[in-house]
Design a protein around this ligand. Structure first.
Ligand code: FES
Length: 132
């Protein structure tokens, strides 16, 4: 089955309590909130016209400061200090409205070849070339 994917969100949830990135408990709360918001906004529906939104919990995104870090593909936007109370605003703005929350962006690493420019939002009808 081919599934269209609009975005893939990766959130660091460090396992070590000695993490320099953030308090693992804070990151776990962000992860739970991310699951809740994606479900509530029906962004994980396989029949979503724009494609589904994937999420992955990762141990570390190799930034290890200013966390929790949330990386959103395909734009390659790295959000910092993504605490529980920022999740909904980021998802609504970035995923639904196609506008980055610039004030919370740590860095941008767009994939080459997709034609992105840093300050342009992702078109709502954009379908990433990834299928699963
Ligand atoms: S633990 Fe968050 S980026 Fe390394």
């Amino acid at each position: 089955m081919n599934l269209q994917v609009s975005h893939h969100l990766l959130l660091c949830v460090p396992q070590k309590t000695s993490s320099l990135c953030c308090d693992p408990a804070e990151s776990k709360r962000s992860w739970e909130q991310l699951k809740l918001i994606l479900k509530r906004l029906k962004l994980e529906e396989p029949k979503r016209p724009e494609g589904i939104v994937l999420r992955s919990k990762v141990n570390c995104l190799r930034v290890c400061k200013s966390g929790p870090i949330l990386l959103i593909w395909p734009e390659g936007i790295w959000y910092q200090y993504v605490f529980q109370d920022r999740i909904e605003a980021i998802v609504k703005s970035h995923i639904i409205e196609g506008k980055q929350k610039k004030e919370w962006v740590l860095k941008r690493t767009p994939l080459k070849g997709l034609g992105y420019k840093f300050d342009q939002p992702t078109p709502h009808n954009f379908i990433a070339p990834t299928s699963i």
